[in-house]
Design a protein around this ligand. Structure first.
Ligand code: SAM
Length: 201
């Protein structure tokens, strides 16, 4: 996911790091702000608190941790015309949710705020933004559909998806979901949580 060096300002650098493992010494206690984004389908339920504690090690005293993540499990379909059903989109969502649960992903992003507090961050605040903006609908739809495709593919390869027997079936489902969204002008909608906390001075 790294952009090419030419596209970057000179003072930005990218490094690989497993956020569950200790950071190299040179990064510890060096940052005013640490921002984390969209780990909801990456982290298992028991990994959130260790991840928060590990990110805190990067902060200077008084520095802020900001974590932005999606309530993926609570994604809904809006805008379906009366009397119609977006059954393909709904099947995609149902399978997505079931697969996240099977893979042990956190179903309740609202716990992030309490994990911040439990980990010793202070002045913790949470803002919830509904992704329900006509201008971004198409992008959100595509992101959700691709998210569904990726998580189903991962679960299929791990042999943890009874309902799907082949990658072709996942691609067929993807096309059917896109068909519903297009034919009915309906859209996926979910909340984005922004949680901020400060490391004690
Ligand atoms: C949905 S993407 C979000 C990427 C980026 N933060 C953004 O907002 O565009 C999740 C990323 O987390 C990475 N990832 C998964 N597990 C990780 C871990 N334990 N440590 C660091 N990165 C991880 C994945 O490789 C993937 O690039």
């Amino acid at each position: 996911m790294f952009p090419s060096k030419d596209a970057l300002p000179a003072n930005i650098a990218f490094h690989h790091q497993n956020l569950l493992l200790p950071f190299p010494d040179e990064y510890i206690g060096k940052y005013d702000v640490v921002n984390v984004r969209v780990m909801v389908v990456a982290l298992s339920s028991n990994e959130w608190e260790p991840a928060v504690r590990n990110m805190m090690t990067l902060l200077k005293p008084g520095g802020y941790l900001q974590w932005i993540d999606c309530a993926a499990h609570d994604c809904v379909i809006k805008g379906v015309p009366e009397g119609k059903q977006a059954s393909n989109a709904q099947r995609g969502l149902d399978l997505f949710r079931k697969t996240l649960n099977t893979l042990g992903k956190t179903s309740n992003i609202a716990i992030l705020h309490s994990i911040f507090q439990k980990s010793g961050l202070v002045s913790c605040e949470e803002e919830i933004c509904s992704l329900d903006n006509p201008e971004t609908r198409e992008n959100v739809n595509l992101a959700v559909v691709v998210g569904i495709q990726h998580i189903l593919t991962a679960a299929f390869k791990l042999h943890k998806l009874d309902e799907i027997q082949s990658i072709d079936q996942i691609m067929e489902l993807k096309e059917a979901v896109l068909g519903d969204l297009h034919d009915m002008s309906c859209y996926f909608c979910y909340d984005v949580y922004v949680v901020v906390g400060r490391k004690l001075d």
